[in-house]
Design a protein around this ligand. Sequence first.
Ligand code: UTP
Length: 469
Amino acid sequence: MISKQAAYHELYKSAQTAGQSHIFRDWDALSEIQQQQLLLQIKSIHFNEITNLAQHHIHDDESTHFSGKIEPVHAIPIPKTTEQKLIAQKMCHIGEEALQSGEVGVLLVAGGQGSRLGFDGPKGIFPITPVLQKSLFHLHAEKIKALSVKYRTRLPFYIMTSQANHAATLAFFAKHDYFGLDSADVFFFQQGMLPALDGTGKMIIDAPGHLFMNPNGHGGVLEALAESGALADMQKRGLQHIYYFQVDNVLAKICDPVFLGYHIEAQAEMSSKVVAKRDAYEKVGVIGKIDGKLGVIEYSDLSEQDKTATTDTGELRYNAGSIAIHIIDVAFIQQFAQHDLGLPWHVAHKKIPYLNEDGQLVQPDAPNGYKFEKFIFDALAFVNKSVVMEVDRDEEFSPVKNSTGEDSPQTAQQAMSRLFAKWLRQAGFTIAEPGLPKIEISSLFATDADEFCAKFSGQGKIDSAFYIE
Ligand code: UTP
């Protein structure tokens, strides 16, 4: 084993070569444990990458003017005509067959810091369902459990965490007995972290012997899958299609067979679900082409003219709002690992607390540092074939981002109650209005409206909290 002294010298040399020797400035004053922790942190840093980020990414930030040539893409519409409905049914069969034959796995990215929600702990443990207040993790795990029963299959569940929430996530699943899932089918893995940089490209010290680091974005999942052994596990199990979703979307329809069917039929490598934008000014990225390559066009990169442009039928030309639900093929993930295909970095200018020269913690009141992240949708630029499918926002997208207001726990709970009220109405019930009661239907009872109606029909009025499992 390499001694602490040797490790110190080796890492000091790398830091010095990269112009980052200041990260050792408090070394002599640190306790033995702090020294060990600092060495561990520094060991995880790829100095060449940091030098590259400092040189090429921190000065052009917001001042960079987007100049890509953009085009909209065709999205498969929500089926309305008989013909569209018949095709959707056919796709559903294809998707269901893939599920039954055990070719599908589920991938949840839950490594984010959830800073806007301001909840102390992994976002996945936030209590969210309208009646029983089940956590986000519980809600999603129940959907997976229900699907594995419905399709008599194993649905391996891969969960990406990051350093700050890994232990708490594992403990939460263990405490709740994996919410009824077989623990052998739940695979946790951690994404990478990297240091934030100040305006001069220096790493930021935020506590004695500690650097401010952040998770490397949901796009970090591709590297993390390969490095953690999760990709090898997928291959060993013979999985072909991985259903990707994010922890904060309470309405995420996991393993939607119709979407799977379209993806498989088109022999696509990575596909995306989208919703129609609420209006021209909704701040959401849209799936489109940038310089001929598929990707997400950021809201800020659309000119006023592009934002409001409409088609012959009166819809927005750039209307395919991304909801961060994808199917990614295992072979496509493998390509990234094998050919070391990197996703581009995105930079964000943020307020980052730091220790000043006198060792005092400063909370800046203006952005002082740069955080770097990779985004999963940038992998779309590497596909040969891809499907973009439009879905109904009210049925499939309600994310928990903020503590109050838009995209908050309150709006997510209302969205769930509204969706389940629709199922109940379809089953023959009336719902008290106004003042929609809290309604919750566990996936263990039904995973969609048709299944619900087949099991539960009747008459009567729902005028108080309703739960069924
Ligand atoms: P967001 O970009 O909304 O970030 O993540 P967040 O961490 O949830 O919240 P803020 O921005 O700090 O308020 C969307 C999804 O991507 C995951 C999140 O856990 C969430 O499921 N994510 C994000 C990661 O897994 N890793 C990351 O580095 C960033």
